[in-house]
Design a protein around this ligand. Structure first.
Ligand code: NAD
Length: 337
């Protein structure tokens, strides 16, 4: 029988997680919540999702707008196995007391601090740690991208130290209230950016320092990563290790992938909403100089955490083991094919 999953916050991440759950044979979407009766709420209903008000006293606002809701978040949570909280950063922690009171397992997103949950999660790196847990946080888009890459290399070759620079998309494409039109913003200006410590919340023994800059683009982040190795390693060995991991994709600049714009154009052909769940590593960027490995990768911020949420559900509800869950998620989302 399929487990029932609630999505609290049908926004950028919530709608993608809901659509991904629909593709899983062992899960169903019990309902989704919205705070406002906007076009996203109408689309959710049109797509057949049962809609609930995320904030109880807003039921009337939906009704006045002619959108029927089934009830409130509390009604939705009465009969679910787990809730995926996809509310804006720092809001998930405010929703947590409700989940505790109702005894519902919950997954939080990377906008929350790590202490919101028992475990910070990235499927290939630490699936087992989330098994049976009550609260899990799927780490942010940048941290997911970095963790996958570092874990895949670390699994094959000993690592001494990682330095990474994040060139971050300033906002998501739908955003029209804030942005950076012209400029490059060191963000944060002081060392280190939060991404390094966040990677350590999943891989505690990794020595890592990160810096980050925001740039006027909306489609992807780019990471420039340098990894000091313990022993000798060749470019070929690194490439082969990355090729083994379905959640990492190797793309060649010589094939036309000259920038993130081209990677997204490719993803538009490949997937619904150009969701690219994989790290996109530029093959030609892989280099080894004086025992240090250099890699440049691009990350589609809106979708990379989607398979992680699916695997977190399976781990917390003990539906499948690590290998089986990741294989099923990859198959249903067509990752690595
Ligand atoms: P979003 O603003 O697109 O969506 C958030 C949704 O939550 C909206 O539909 C909003 O109406 C709803 N909401 C507002 N208040 C709520 C409440 N009290 N309870 C329930 N729902 C509420 O945000 P997003 O980009 O989807 O981000 C969600 C989480 O995912 C954040 O923690 C964010 O840091 C994280 N995340 C975002 C991205 C990204 O690039 N967008 C990537 C990885 C992780």
């Amino acid at each position: 029988m399929a487990v029932k999953v609630a999505i609290n916050g049908y926004g950028t991440i919530g709608k993608r997680v809901a659509d991904a759950i629909r593709l899983q044979p062992d899960m169903e979407v019990a309902g989704v919540t919205k705070t406002k009766p906007d076009f996203d709420a109408r689309m959710a209903v049109k797509k057949g999702y049962r809609l609930y008000a995320a904030i109880p006293d807003r039921v009337k606002v939906f009704e006045e707008a002619g959108i029927e809701v089934e009830g409130t978040i509390e009604d939705l949570l009465q009969d679910v196995d787990i809730v995926v909280d996809c509310s804006p950063g720092k809001v998930g922690v405010q929703n947590k007391p409700l989940y505790e009171r109702l005894g519902v397992k919950a997954i939080f997103q990377g906008g929350e601090k790590k202490d919101v949950a028992d475990v910070s999660f990235s499927a290939i790196a630490n699936f087992e740690e989330a098994v049976g847990k009550q609260f899990v946080r799927v780490v942010s888009c940048n941290t997911t991208g970095l963790t996958r890459l570092i874990y895949t290399i670390k699994k094959n070759f000993p690592i001494r130290k990682v330095r990474a620079t994040m060139i971050r998309r300033v906002v998501d494409p739908k955003e029209d209230k804030k942005g950076l039109v012209n400029g490059i913003e060191p963000n944060p200006i002081k060392l280190p950016s939060h991404h390094g410590p966040d990677v350590q919340s999943v891989l505690p023994d990794i020595n890592i320092v990160t810096t980050a800059f925001k740039v006027p683009t909306t489609i992807m982040h780019v990471h420039s990563v340098a990894i000091e190795m313990e022993g000798d390693v060749t470019e070929e060995e690194i490439k082969n290790a990355l090729l083994e991991e379905p959640r990492i994709m190797l793309l060649r600049s010589s094939d036309g992938f000259t920038s993130t714009a081209k990677i997204i154009e490719f993803a538009r052909e490949l997937r619904l909403r150009y969701d690219l769940y994989e790290n996109a590593v530029w093959t030609e960027s892989i280099g080894v100089v004086d025992g240090e490995v250099y890699i440049t990768q691009a990350i589609n911020q809106e979708s990379i955490v989607v398979p992680e949420n699916i695997d977190a559900i399976r781990a917390m509800l003990e539906l499948k083991d690590k290998e089986e869950s990741i294989k099923e998620t990859n198959r249903t989302l067509k990752i690595g094919i």
